[in-house]
Design a protein around this ligand. Structure first.
Ligand code: GLC
Length: 564
């Protein structure tokens, strides 16, 4: 072994491939139109066949679902539509029996406004639960009008403060009005959260995906934020004064005692922050940052205007995170339940659906960091052609659009239809397409969100039957990643940084070198790449290439992986 190989800081979670299940849309076995835990159990063989190691479940807790489960009413109970704790126990056991692992979503920046703590807090202002949440008196302006304590906004539109008439105070909600923020300054709140986390860990889970966990600490003076930034307030909360202390304490009190993985979702995370928090002394294992999935947000207009992403800029962002974490570790993802479908956003979901979906698979599975696959991407599912707000459920889209209509900034849905079709989180949340039967085999009832009309062509049954499908390509790449240590631990180096179409890089560990070449364009591209002249072609999405030397003729969205 070379020294670099023996020095590897090996961890099971670095070698794993994660598959994200959005339970509500995965598989419904009861006919109520909502996916459930038995549905996941029924599909474990499929996930085994795909070869993934870890399943991450979006929240399955009891919840009134104002934000698809991210508003938790009871952290220790399962949402009725999903089944009960016996189903969950059965699922954990079945996952472990197959040698896979299970991680749960941890949503502790806020609870549901129907959580017993908040119900008490609202009803009894001088009771012990009041301080579990963040309450402030409003500000009175020069004309004597009362308004919210500061200018912070909810991530879903409008003020982040909601007035509570009976007590005359406002409560903070960085997300939906039904998601009041917990007061992390209160040590009893922290102890309650750790206790709940220990309860799940003792049940045998393998870790947590931690929802918006970088916003837990708020500066207690609650200063106004720059009114011109995309999400007003985040300037003060995305890396708050006591964040490291809270996360350090959480780690010591909970997951540090187990062999788990901790994955921190951190909106507006900076590289420096992620390095600090995932490095040798950091409390976390890896960070889901947002830099590459906000490149198509407009500088001033944010969510509201789509900006084209120049490939060199995309490569720069990916490369900074690939090379800049030092001892820290990346979580690698392109899409999830909060993003549009990856093939529609970064590829071409029409003429080059197969090619671009498999190109993106190549990227996901050959970068340095733990890959996160989102359900349906492995068969190339695409965005949904929404026609009206009635077809949608996403609190973010509805919040943004309804606030804009109410404030007179837009007239109606029609005005933003194309934007919403591109941007809405509901694109990723439509039901999983299992086969070409009615409702794509997802349910016998009425699906809670409509099934994408392309299900007759794009579905699991068809993909499994076709050896040249997106699914089988994913399977091959997942296998390759499991077999090749260099793809997990190797150094990443970008080639051709300024090339407008080709994304190429090497992964190197000791003497072993791999070269990945992606033509991220709907046109053929010729490129000179001396690094591949003596290398062996290993896998690609368009068969074995004829060009044998360093001059490559790449077809639209062609992806190739070489070794040597
Ligand atoms: C995270 C979740 C998202 C949710 C938000 C508030 O970003 O992924 O779905 O709406 O947090 O909990």
């Amino acid at each position: 072994m070379t020294s670099s190989q023996s020095d590897l800081d090996r961890r099971w979670w670095k070698e794993a491939v994660v598959y994200q299940i959005y339970p509500q849309s995965f598989d419904d076995t009861t006919g109520d139109g909502i996916g459930d835990l038995q549905g996941i159990l029924d599909r474990l063989d499929y996930l085994d066949e795909l070869g993934v190691d870890v399943l991450w479940l979006n929240p399955v807790y009891d919840s009134p679902h104002h934000d698809d489960g991210y508003d938790v009413r009871d952290y220790r109970a399962i949402r009725e539509a999903y089944g009960d704790m016996d189903d969950w126990n059965e699922l954990l056991e079945a996952v472990h029996d197959r040698g896979m692992k299970l991680i749960m979503d941890l949503v502790v920046n806020h609870t549901s406004d129907e959580h017993a703590w908040f119900v008490e807090a609202r009803e009894t202002p001088d009771g012990e639960y009041r301080d579990y949440y963040v309450w402030r008196e409003g500000e009175t302006d020069a004309d004597g009008n009362r308004g919210p304590p500061n200018n912070w906004e909810s991530g879903f539109g409008g003020s982040a403060w909601e007035y509570d008439e009976p007590s005359g105070e406002y409560y903070l909600h960085l997300f939906d009005v039904h998601q009041p923020d917990l007061n992390w300054e209160n040590p009893t709140v922290r102890e309650e959260v750790y206790d709940m986390m220990r309860w799940w860990l003792e049940k045998g889970i393998d870790g947590f995906r931690m929802d918006v966990v970088n916003v837990l600490s708020k500066p207690q003076e609650f200063p106004d934020d720059d009114p011109n930034r995309g999400w007003v307030g985040m300037g003060h909360v995305s890396d708050g004064p006591r964040l490291d202390e809270f996360l350090g304490e959480m780690a010591t009190e909970t997951f540090d005692r187990h062999e788990t993985m901790s994955v921190a979702e951190m909106p507006e995370a900076t590289l420096e922050q992620a390095r600090r928090l995932t490095g040798v002394d950091g409390p976390l294992d890896m960070v889901l940052h947002f830099e590459h999935v906000t490149l198509d947000y407009h500088d001033e207009d944010g969510w509201w205007t789509v900006r084209d992403i120049p490939l060199p800029e995309f490569k720069r962002v990916i490369t900074r995170w690939q090379t800049g974490l030092d001892e820290g570790w990346n979580a690698v993802y392109l899409g999830n339940h909060d993003q549009p479908r990856i093939v529609s956003r970064f590829g071409d979901d029409d003429e080059f659906r197969y090619e671009s979906a498999t190109l993106l698979a190549t990227l996901l599975l050959t970068l340095r960091g733990t890959p996160f696959l989102f359900q349906g991407d492995e068969i190339g599912m695409s965005n949904y052609p929404f026609e009206s707000l009635e077809e949608m459920a996403d609190a973010q889209t509805l919040g943004n659009v309804e606030t804009a209509i109410a404030e007179g900034r837009i007239d109606d849905f029609e005005e933003v239809k194309e934007l919403v079709r591109y941007r809405s989180r509901d694109n990723a949340r439509t039901p999983m397409q299992w086969d070409d039967s009615e409702h794509a085999g997802f349910t016998d009832g009425d699906p809670w969100l409509p099934v994408n009309p392309n299900y007759a062509e794009v579905n699991v049954a068809a993909a499994r039957a076709d050896p040249d499908s997106v699914f089988h390509y994913y399977r091959r790449l997942v296998d390759l990643r499991h077999d090749e240590e260099t793809l997990v631990y190797g150094e990443y180096d970008l080639l051709l940084p300024d090339h407008e179409r080709v994304f190429a890089y090497t992964r190197t560990l000791g003497d072993d070198r791999w070269v990945v070449v992606l033509n991220v364009a709907a046109e053929p591209t010729r490129v000179d790449l001396p690094k591949v002249a003596a290398a062996d072609f290993v896998v690609g999405n368009d068969g074995r290439p004829d060009d044998a030397d360093e001059r490559l003729d790449l077809r639209p969205y062609e992806a190739r992986v070489y070794r040597g």
